[in-house]
Design a protein around this ligand. Structure first.
Ligand code: 3PG
Ligand code: MG
Length: 402
């Protein structure tokens, strides 16, 4: 993959052109409010630049995981409103990303205007990488810009098929992410620790075998740890886990052992009967997890152990929180490890790279984002990049550039 051959929009004449920008507006939203706007803030400069150069900017994105049909809960409208505030200008919104609603919204755009179209995943064709759906999208633009590194691991209509239909370019955030990750990760200083947590176990677990071959320590937390604990025969009560992936977890443990990669799991955990703010919680050894409770964070012994492991590593790659950090008091483990990593980075002892929507939100909540070496907007794509895979969204842009 010759990443240097990617074409960017830098020297392109976009005046009066309809520029379709694939962004990743998949941000955390609670009660109709964006709770962490990092992904929006990071895409804003590129959108403003196109608008200032006289383009008609049409932003397309997925949001959440609806099943190929409209669902009010997954509307991009509240996200578009927040994006408008960050852009400091009104943003038009079309309540469908293709068809008449989209056509009218785009036709009304003036040069310098910006529109957001409704969730791409309200159509089955998006995730199917359907050429017809891609053609319906392509009709809305003259140029396609992919500025969503964080969705580049998906071969979907808006990341892949569309690049066969319109002149296609990599946006500035895409370029920034690629060059930052290359400069840190091409020859990482060893030992390397990876922290993997979060709830998307089935999406992430397939990548851990190869990751275990690349890193020296694999620290596992969150829902991912529960699945590994299950694989070791530990009772985890009512905790979130994916029993269907226990076999995969065992294979990863074998593969890690064969490659001298140490897998680090929590020795103690925070448990509660309810997943609610302020729920009564307590710390217990992981082997004593009560059958009627769930694990919602790692415990203080686990954090002390993780911190000790980190203090002997030179590079940290982090994707996924260690607990349900968005609900008090289950963020403690994630926040404490984040602070330890930030302090080691500031002391010049650690190169720290983190990625993922929830991870970034957790670092923001801990107040340490600026103290990491680099923070990527990408979660799944970041993991696949670490694992050394080709990302279909980037392959598509390279093909378009050749
Ligand atoms: C993410 O949040 O990692 C990206 O927006 C991709 O979302 P997805 O895992 O639902 O495809
Ligand atoms: Mg996410």
């Amino acid at each position: 993959m010759d990443l240097d051959s990617l074409k960017t929009t830098a020297c392109l004449d976009v005046k009066n052109k309809r520029v379709l920008v694939r962004a990743d507006l998949n941000v955390p939203v609670k009660d109709g409010k964006v709770t962490d706007a990092t992904r929006l803030e990071r895409v804003v400069p590129g959108l403003l630049d196109l608008a200032k150069r006289g383009a008609k900017v049409i932003v397309i994105s997925h949001f959440g995981r609806p099943k190929g049909a409209p669902e009010a809960e997954f509307s991009l409208k509240p996200v578009a409103d927040r994006l408008g505030q960050l852009l400091g200008r009104p943003v038009a919104f079309a309540d469908d990303c293709v068809g008449e609603a989209a056509r009218k919204t785009v036709a009304a755009l003036q040069p310098g205007g910006i529109a957001v179209l409704e969730n791409l995943r309200f159509h089955k064709g998006e995730e199917k990488n359907d050429p017809e759906f891609a053609a319906a999208l392509a009709k809305l633009g003259d140029i396609f810009v992919s500025d969503a590194f964080s969705t580049a691991h998906r071969a979907h209509a808006s990341t892949d098929a569309i690049t066969r239909l319109l002149p296609s370019y990599a946006g500035p955030l895409m370029m920034e992410e690629i060059s930052a990750l290359r400069s840190v990760l091409d020859k990482p200083k060893r030992p390397v620790a990876a922290v993997v947590g979060g709830a998307k176990v089935s999406t992430k677990i397939p990548f851990l075998t190869n990751l275990a071959a690349k890193v020296d320590k694999l620290i596992i937390g969150g829902g991912m740890a529960n699945t590994f604990l299950l694989a070791q025969g530990v009772s985890i009560g009512r905790s979130l886990a994916e029993p269907g992936f226990v076999g995969t977890a065992r294979e990863i443990m074998h593969a890690a052992k064969a490659r001298s990669c140490e897998i680090v799991l929590p020795a103690d955990v925070v448990v509660a009967a309810e997943f609610e703010a302020g729920a009564r919680s307590r710390v217990c050894p992981v082997l004593e997890t009560p059958p009627d409770q769930m694990i919602l964070d790692v415990g203080p012994k686990a954090i002390a152990h993780y911190t000790d492991v980190l203090s002997r590593c030179s590079t940290l790659l982090w994707n996924g929180p260690l607990g349900a950090f968005e609900i008090d008091p289950f963020g403690d483990g994630t926040f404490r490890l984040a602070r330890a990593a930030a302090a080691a980075t500031q002391a010049g002892k650690l190169t720290s790279v983190a990625g993922g929507g929830d991870t970034v939100a957790a670092l923001n909540a801990a107040g340490v984002t600026q103290q990491f070496s680099y923070v990527s907007t990408a979660g799944g794509a970041f993991l696949e990049w670490l694992e050394g895979r080709e990302l279909p969204g980037i392959t598509a842009l390279l093909r378009a550039a050749s």
